[in-house]
Design a protein around this ligand. Structure first.
Ligand SMILES: NC(=O)c1ccc[n+]([C@@H]2O[C@H](COP(=O)([O-])OP(=O)(O)OC[C@H]3O[C@@H](n4cnc5c(N)ncnc54)[C@H](OP(=O)(O)O)[C@@H]3O)[C@@H](O)[C@H]2O)c1
Length: 241
């Protein structure tokens, strides 16, 4: 199988300032992709940007404000060129029982993890049609392995899985490929205050997911990629005793 050359391609990476998004951008940039990193915190974006092997740009935006989507697309295209790859890594994670899952919690998680994924994709769709581009959706293992307290998060990511299946069908006739990745526990800021250091030490490194994503988008375009799970070989929450 020959790898598809990514040199000179352009990517938008939401959540590119930290964790998995940052790692995906780093791996794409190592393959010559020019990345636009999107997030709310300028300092995180600038720090990530400074370590990319191929120069990119930072775009400070809250993706739940859908008015920013046209700006994200325009700024990327005007500076870097037509978008070939759209990576949705921005996401938030809360864990609480159903009785504490207020409308605000539910709406907040759905807004970032699912609704913004659809609306930003819709905004970028004509461009992705013109470039026969690729969409990378960072879903979660939470869609098939369920945990107490995950109602809003698991529902949002199950929506991402379903969205990915439909986008793949609609994108097929335009030469658009959709790749859904379902990572398990990965040591990122997402786990701040939610997992102790010894558990985090047993989680995957974000670079594993970053390298996987870059490898998948480089695979020959006549190959359809079904949802891909990636997880640590041992459950980080079990000590193995
Ligand atoms: N870590 C895991 O174990 C794991 C497992 C499965 C799936 N995932 C998924 O992986 C993705 C990345 O998470 P991560 O683990 O890398 O955690 P992370 O480091 O906290 O990354 C989340 C990113 O999303 C951005 N973000 C959040 N809300 C945003 C908004 N409204 N507008 C724009 N950007 C926003 C954050 O940047 P700002 O705060 O600066 O906006 C941050 O860079 C998420 O979709 C998560 O659900 C993670």
């Amino acid at each position: 199988m020959t790898a598809h050359d990514l040199q000179g391609q352009v990517a938008i990476v939401t959540g590119g300032g930290s964790g998995i998004g940052r790692a995906i951008a780093a791996s794409l940039a190592a393959d010559g992709v020019r990345c636009a990193l999107v997030g709310r915190r300028a300092e995180k974006l600038d720090s990530a940007l400074g370590r990319l092997a191929t120069p990119g740009i930072a775009i400070v935006a809250d993706i739940t404000d859908h008015r920013t989507h046209a700006q994200i697309l325009d700024e990327t295209q005007n500076t870097l060129g037509p978008v070939n790859i759209l990576v949705h890594s921005a996401g938030i994670f809360e864990n609480q029982p159903i009785e504490d899952t207020t409308d605000e919690v539910w709406d907040g998680i759905l807004a970032v993890n699912l609704t913004a994924v659809m609306t930003l994709t819709r905004t970028a769709w004509p461009t992705l049609v013109s470039t026969s581009g690729q969409i990378v959706l960072i879903s979660s293992i939470a869609t098939t392995r369920h945990f107490e307290g995950d109602a809003a998060y698991a529902a949002s990511k199950a929506g991402v899985d379903a969205l990915g299946q439909v986008l793949a069908l609609e994108g097929n006739k335009h030469g658009i490929r959709v790749i859904t990745i379902n990572p398990a526990q990965t040591d990122t800021d997402l786990w701040d205050d939610k997992a102790p250091p010894e558990v985090r030490a047993r989680m995957m490194k974000s670079t594993a997911v970053g390298e996987l994503a870059a490898a998948l988008v480089a695979i020959d375009r006549d190959v359809d990629l079904s949802p891909i799970r990636i997880r640590p070989t041992q459950d980080p929450w079990k000590t193995g005793d």
